[in-house]
Design a protein around this ligand. Structure first.
Ligand code: NOJ
Length: 535
């Protein structure tokens, strides 16, 4: 196997809790994933990224890790995980695990030790625990905000405060502490020994914090925006020393990689994928692009140039477990702020057919671009966001931490429908941990498999063609399209991709040999929002 397999891999993201439930407890699990590995191999992906599966109180979907070397009991056992990795390898699939170094769960033994120790005890120095301000120390040490809402500080019973950039149950680690650094090198090794091919690293632009940063220098929108230059806790230059430590560990093994979740400005992206740092970093500006030709092209070119500046290729994704599913985003009016999710759902403004049509085109241009692609479970079924989940069952801490002003991310985490009927459409033997809408049965894998023109068959065809027709190279040729509304590019090997953003139909050249079209009834004329591959 080539040592840079990741450069053009197609990685399928598995949100364990919502993928497949093997034991009928309503929660997805590792044996559920094992049962679906043949499906993933048949789909045509080359690997999977498994969201955190470690022992966890699941206050933030497992991004609150209580033990990095054990599996969450409701997901299975370490032996199940080892078996899953081995079976994936037998099918030629790579496996990435999700590492969470910025914070632990408050249930982690280190945090329990810290809060039960007296003020000043060395166990407290693994976290960012500080005295408060004000006459009796009852004001938080800084003005920093949690990403989920409210202050980033919570007070302990003895009066000191601990930092949590996310949920109150996710205390931030102090990365200047060498014990923290050594522990994570060891955690990396633990999973590498078990056979993980790589890591998706959570909050990769966090970790390094300037604890003396004056409040006066940043507040409001600037503080909320991770792309603000010279930010007290995002994208600080100090973070790179830790990344290099991990890369050195990976280099002790053959063929392993790591991908950064770093929501940073485009000009900062290349810093994360220098040769001695991450192998990849998601091009989130592409994910966040509106359905707009110039905006998309601009963000695609910026990502290619930015990765190219460090001799690398970009890493694309359209959806993940933190964002509104793209089949829904693309059906919303241009510029809708889907990030502050609409509490009552987009009932009147959503055009679901439009979103679906654009999603069929989007996968084609993403798969045709140079670099690696990540898919999010269920997008191959065309699943939309479930925006109507009842408020009383919402599980995402965002709902509470935002003071009920943002619904949170549960709508993209609804259990996957595998079959047309059953208590949870084949997800398990009973209802899943989040309810599925009735229309999920018609979108199930069973309903779509073998059905010409279905989203699932569209993905299968596109992935098969990508593996044979799209080369492992960073080159792309942009060309003038047949109309100014057509985005047009070619790849070495001769594949050309057109996407029609205009309202007029576009005719294909007479000699074009069509490989795939996004419109099921395509007949050499590309309609609005359609995409085609030809040579
Ligand atoms: C990013 C993860 O993708 C998200 O789901 C999580 O809530 C935060 N990091 C905190 O770990």
């Amino acid at each position: 196997m080539s040592s840079s397999w990741w450069r053009n891999a197609v990685i399928y993201q598995v949100y364990v809790r919502s993928f497949a439930d093997s034991n009928g407890d309503g929660t997805g699990d590792i044996n559920g994933i094992r049962s679906k590995l043949p499906y993933l191999a048949e789909l045509g992906v080359t690997g999977l990224w498994v969201n955190p599966w470690y022992a966890s109180p699941l206050r933030d979907g497992g991004y609150d890790v209580a033990d990095y070397r054990d599996i969450e009991p409701s997901y299975g056992t370490l032996d199940d995980a080892k078996a899953m990795i081995a079976e994936a390898h037998d099918l030629g699939l790579r496996v990435l695990v999700d590492l969470v170094p910025n914070h632990t769960s408050s249930d982690h033994a280190w945090f329990q030790e810290a809060i039960n120790a007296p003020v000043g005890d060395p166990s407290r120095s693994r976290y960012l625990i500080r005295d408060g301000r004000g006459p009796d120390g009852n004001e938080p040490p800084t003005n920093w905000k949690s990403i989920f809402g409210g202050s980033a500080w919570d007070q302990l019973d003895d009066g000191q405060w601990y930092l949590h950039l996310f949920d109150t149950t996710q205390p931030d680690l102090d990365w200047t502490n060498t014990e923290v650094q050594e522990e994570f090198k060891d955690i990396f090794r633990f999973w590498l020994e078990i056979g993980a091919d790589g890591f998706r690293v959570d909050v990769a632009h966090g970790l390094a914090k300037d604890m003396d940063f004056p409040d006066e220098e940043i507040s409001g929108e600037l503080l909320q925006n991770a792309k603000t230059p010279n930010h007290p806790y995002w994208d600080r230059d100090d973070v790179h020393q830790y990344i290099r430590q991990w890369r050195a560990v990976l280099e002790e093994y053959d063929d392993r990689m790591m991908v950064a979740e770093a929501w940073v400005a485009p000009d900062r992206q290349p810093l994360y994928i220098r040769p001695d740092e991450y192998h990849q970093s998601f091009a989130f500006d592409f994910l966040e692009s509106n359905w707009d030709k110039e905006e998309l092209r601009g963000n695609i070119e910026a990502a290619i140039d930015s990765a190219g500046s460090v001799d690398n290729v970009p890493t694309w994704t359209l959806s993940n477990h933190d964002v509104v599913r793209h089949a829904t985003r693309y059906g919303l009016p241009l510029g809708t702020n889907w990030r502050t999710w609409l509490l009552d759902g987009p009932h009147d403004i959503l055009d679901a057919d439009l979103g679906n049509r654009r999603a069929r085109a989007a996968i084609m241009f993403m798969l045709a671009l140079p670099g690696c692609v990540y898919l999010y479970q269920g997008e191959e079924l065309g699943l939309p966001e479930v925006y109507d989940l009842p408020l009383e069952i919402l599980d995402d801490p965002v709902w509470v931490m935002s003071g009920n002003t943002a619904k949170g991310r549960d709508g993209c985490r609804v259990p996957i429908p595998w079959s047309t009927s059953g208590p949870s459409f084949g997800f398990g033997e009973r209802e899943g941990w989040l309810p599925q809408p009735d229309f999920f049965g018609a979108l199930s894998a069973e309903a779509q498999a073998g059905v010409g023109g279905s989203m699932l068959e569209h993905y299968r065809s596109a992935l098969a063609l990508r593996s044979t027709h799209i080369p492992d190279s960073g080159d792309i040729d942009w060309a003038d399209g047949p109309t100014s509304d057509t985005l047009t590019f070619s790849r070495p090997g001769g594949l050309t991709c057109w996407i029609n953003f205009g309202s007029d139909d576009v005719e294909l050249p007479e000699d074009a040999e069509i490989l795939l079209a996004s419109e099921p009834s395509f007949n050499r004329v590309l309609g609005t929002d359609g995409a085609v591959w030809f040579r």
